[in-house]
Design a protein. Sequence first.
Length: 296
Amino acid sequence: MANQKPNQRPNIIFIMSDDHAAHAMSCYGSRINQTPNLDRIANGGMRFDNCFCTNSICAPSRAAILTGTYNHINGVTTLDTHLDNRSQTFPKLLQEVGYQTAIFGKWHLGQGPDHCPTGFDDWAVLPGQGLYHNPDFIFKGPDGGTRRTVQGYVTDIITDFCLDWLKQRDEERPFCLMYHHKAPHRAWEPDDKHAHLYLNEEIPEPETLYDDYANRASAAAAAESISAGTGAGGRPNPTHHGGCAGCIPGALCHRRAAALRRYDADPGTDPCGFHPLPASDYHGAGSGCGQGVNSY
């Protein structure tokens, strides 16, 4: 858009990451990460230092962005409610005035003919949360699309889909591309080439790491109990365990990461069945299966 000519319609690339805190980027002062490409975008454009969102929850926020409406209007009020794909969205409006449109990556607004992406000339989206390694994608097609597995790491795959689409687009027409990452949503599974990135780094401890919540509201303590694996929910906590071979206590357990991949692919299954440790260790002493685990 910086080289845009007068009266020329801008091309739009909307990049979305999942659970990516602002302070994870060096352009916002990260003490850990160096993100030169994101910094280049920030330095060459506009950086928001004081910004508010309509809804910060995953699926509702996506619906609000697409439709420009509050969630009591678009109907996506929770993680379990889906977008009616007959809804008016800004990609549909752009199509009407000649834009090419596409979305690749995380959708999380439902599947099937009534909920798959509409208003896009091309799309390929993850079912639900999707997997980090060798994920399934749903590709544009009849009856809500065609599902197939794609080999590789999800961030690279989504990027390649976007680059391939940009290469084959009609360069005489403007475009809008929605580039939606799954990362860095938990469970945090890096690609092999990044798995050892911070092994020799000293990561500063947050000031609140050992906060006892004594002077905080009850809601903060309740949130802490959930993250520690003692609250209600329906999904295994990948870090709350007594330790297993090759794992660092408190770090992402490699066995549980595999369990989470299976659970994300089929949430109707019993997550305890994927891990060799006893349920009392998996969920915290004295708790039964389905309790003492993290929710999304």
